[in-house]
Design a protein around this ligand. Sequence first.
Ligand SMILES: C[S@@+](CC[C@H](N)C(=O)[O-])C[C@H]1O[C@@H](n2cnc3c(N)ncnc32)[C@H](O)[C@@H]1O
Length: 374
Amino acid sequence: MDAINLAKAADEAGRKKALDALRDLQHTIETPYDVLQRFAGLHLQVATARIGVDLGIFEALHESKEPLSVAALAEKTGAAPELLGRILRYLASVGQIKESSKDRFGSSTTTAVLADRNYQGGIHHFFDIVGPVVQELPDFLAETKYQDITDNSKTAMQKAFNTELPRFIWFPNQPRFGYFQQLMTVQRAGALNWLSAFPFKEELGDFQGQTVFVDIGGGFGHQCIAVTGAFPELAGKIVLQDLPQTLAHVPAIGGVEVTIHNFFEPQIAKGAKFYYLRNILHDWPDDKAIIILKNLIPALGPDSRVLIDDMVLPNENVHWQATELDLTMMSSLGSKERTDEQWRALIDAAGLQILKIVPYTAILNDSIIVAVPK
Ligand SMILES: C[S@@+](CC[C@H](N)C(=O)[O-])C[C@H]1O[C@@H](n2cnc3c(N)ncnc32)[C@H](O)[C@@H]1O
């Protein structure tokens, strides 16, 4: 087997290590000029991806059986041929599409990803929301004299969008919120799902209550779909909760009750088996995360379990995909990705105790933290 096939056949941890090794190799052989050029293009990559999304270029190339000419794409998109040719040439030079011959372009592996509507939501979100916030971050931190950001109404996001509202109050009313929800449905796609490691059936035992699974802030309900897919017999015992603005975008999901619920108010579904929070607490600074958890306690029955699905960061050698998310959380939400120690302190402060932590992805260490009242 050659090196490429070996890397492709590796498990998730091996694959990520191979990618990081390739990056290190690339950096090792770069000249100072190459280093500078790498930074020079960072903004352009996502901006041109968005142009490609807006023009439908990725779908067109992905769906076409053969490479398309600039003229054909210009006719299809209405863009001026010369302008389009320059954009396509750039996209091909960075691997977002493939140049097959003079003025003809086809699909690369990246094109196939960018042709998908949900990944396109990600490109929009990174360019439209994350980009402007990150752009403000250096000046914001300089103004605060580089102090910790712990107030979610005083972050680079408020500066970027000229608002005083915290992100999740401001954002659901923005037209671009739908893109974020699309991104959420594919975040970690391809990686192992929590149900592959968490012994759901065993934990459920002979639980007799009406509600088995409450997906709190569950967005488009993709984890409810995963649970009903794995355990069809639980249809009718699964609840999806979120804000009305989010639920307005959610089509009916068979076997799932969709309920408006603000997690800053006491939990309305009583005595369920699992109260599941996926990528919720990492959105909030400690004081707010504690309120979200405390709001669950009065609803918990003797068999209830709180399941927190988030990354549990190791104490050293944190992977760049986790550090990237951590700083994104900090810039927009004044929140953080938490280490094992930080999770334990937070959960304790909320009046809960950890029964166990079940990691389900290597490297990023996405985990289910199982907690009950102290
Ligand atoms: C990072 S997304 C996670 C979505 C989903 N759990 C997932 O893992 O894809 C955060 C979710 O919290 C929801 N949310 C934000 N504030 C909320 C609130 N006060 N009450 C209920 N849901 C809220 C958002 O609408 C969004 O769906």
